[in-house]
Design a protein around this ligand. Structure first.
Ligand code: ZN
Length: 438
């Protein structure tokens, strides 16, 4: 009895091979991940603090990794800074003496208070936003009333100074331009890092659109693909606006084939049966290195995980910082798994996935060559990440030449249970690809 299943398996395998040589040769698919790896990892940083660029970025460069940096554009010299757009603030302050904060005036008041000139007033904006987003609406209104009472009484001074401006650090657009040229993704984290969920329409749009406009102006439109709305918000109203302005948000993606596990979720990545799982983890200061490494091991043990790491502070500057030494240890560990994991920016992974899901393939064996035609459904000037194709070949082919137009394309040949195949990367384009036996 013990040998019986083995014999059957062997028989089926041999039969399968013969049949698949006929039916599978010429078949082409797009690998789930670039270079046919088992998982993707995006290393992202929020808030544009200086050590992300002077400490973390060089470590990544030394390992050949590219990161995604969500920057606060109002902090950078030369770009448009934060401001309140609306009625005179003194009128809004005066009105609060007669009318309590309610659903009709909350967004305007919560927008304006952050720009009345002090860090304490800004904290009223931020804290009211946190209450609002956790469903404590009445408490948020009361907090705004408390803040305006202090403004009216003079306990908090009103001035032209903007506390957001004080956070200017030494990163320049020129530096960002060189990082982007090196392949890092520099992307929007708004103008002033507000609680977008409590801004009124015009102020929310300014934060999202002005940040995009400055990035386009200083870095070019290619850097305006993805964005992260501050505090990881998933507020419906914010998502609706932001999705109209940026093609991709780390906050949330609309794809039905993508499960998203956010930083605070305890859902296990294996619990979803969707084709892709974007698994966000925040390596905060107190997260053990062992835990951080286990996330990488989990990626390698499955085939559908996109781990999105969300770093903030580095070497003492920024929220929940990690030291450069820790980053070096962690990224070096990721490097040891590079055969299985594709390390790429948030934009690159998003583009690859969307391209794969929106490209039609026509592939057929014709004598001693295979003809492959891709029909990309997305704008290939934006969705321009090379796709990894896997084409099955007749079992007796030894070597091939692959051409798309006049370009010779390199490949790797291998075998799996289905048969002989090649892996090769092509730009998404409708130009025919010919694979010839040589
Ligand atoms: Zn942030």
């Amino acid at each position: 009895m013990r040998f019986f299943p083995l014999i059957i398996t062997g028989f089926l395998f041999l039969t399968g091979c013969t049949q698949q040589d006929l039916s599978e040769a010429g078949h082409t698919g797009i690998a789930r991940w670039k270079d046919n790896k088992r998982a993707a990892i995006s290393i992202t940083y929020d808030d544009g603090t200086i050590h992300q660029f002077t400490v973390a970025r060089p470590i990544m460069d030394s390992l050949g990794f590219k990161g995604t940096f969500y920057i606060i554009t109002g902090k950078i010299r030369g770009s448009a800074q934060g401001k309140f757009i609306g009625r005179p603030v003194k009128d809004i302050i005066a009105e609060t003496a007669d009318a309590q904060t309610n659903a009709d005036n909350f967004f305007e008041r919560a927008s304006a208070i952050g720009f009345t000139g002090s860090g304490e007033a800004l904290a009223y904006h931020t804290n009211a936003g946190a209450l609002y987003e956790s469903g404590k609406i009445e408490e948020a209104y009361q907090l705004i009333d408390e803040g305006y009472l202090k403004l009216r009484s003079g306990e908090i001074p009103v001035s032209e100074h903007n506390p957001q401006y004080a956070r200017t650090d030494s990163t320049t657009w020129e530096d960002y331009r060189s990082y982007a040229a090196d392949g890092h993704e520099i992307a929007s984290h708004t103008v002033t890092h507000p609680r977008l969920a409590v801004l009124d329409e015009v102020n929310m749009l300014y934060e999202l659109e002005q940040s995009k406009a400055d990035i386009a102006k200083f870095l070019g439109p290619a850097s305006t693909f993805s964005a992260e709305c501050p505090y990881g918000t998933e507020d419906e109203r914010v998502m609706e606006y932001a999705h109209q302005i940026y093609p991709a948000l780390r906050n949330r993606m609309p794809e039905p084939w993508l499960e998203e596990i956010n930083r605070s979720s305890s859902m296990q990545p294996g619990a979803s049966d969707r084709e892709y799982v974007q698994w966000q983890r925040g390596p905060l200061t107190n997260i053990q290195m062992q835990t951080m490494k286990s996330w990488i091991d989990t990626c390698v043990s499955r085939d559908n995980l996109w781990l999105v790491l969300v770093f903030h502070g580095v070497d003492g500057i920024g929220w929940e910082p990690r030291t450069g030494e820790e980053l070096r240890e962690y990224f070096t560990y990721i490097k040891t798994k590079e055969e299985d994991v594709w390390v790429a920016t948030f934009a690159e992974v998003t583009k690859y996935l969307r391209e794969r899901k929106n490209t039609e393939i026509n592939s057929e064996l014709m004598g001693d060559r295979v003809r492959v035609v891709l029909t990309p459904k997305l704008d290939t000037s934006v969705y321009n990440i090379p796709l990894t194709l896997k084409t099955y070949l007749p079992g007796d082919w030894k070597k091939v030449s692959i051409r798309q137009a006049e370009h010779l394309i390199s490949y790797k040949m291998n075998k799996d249970e289905t048969g002989l195949y090649i892996l090769y990367n092509v730009h998404p384009s409708s130009q025919e690809i010919y694979i010839e036996s040589i």
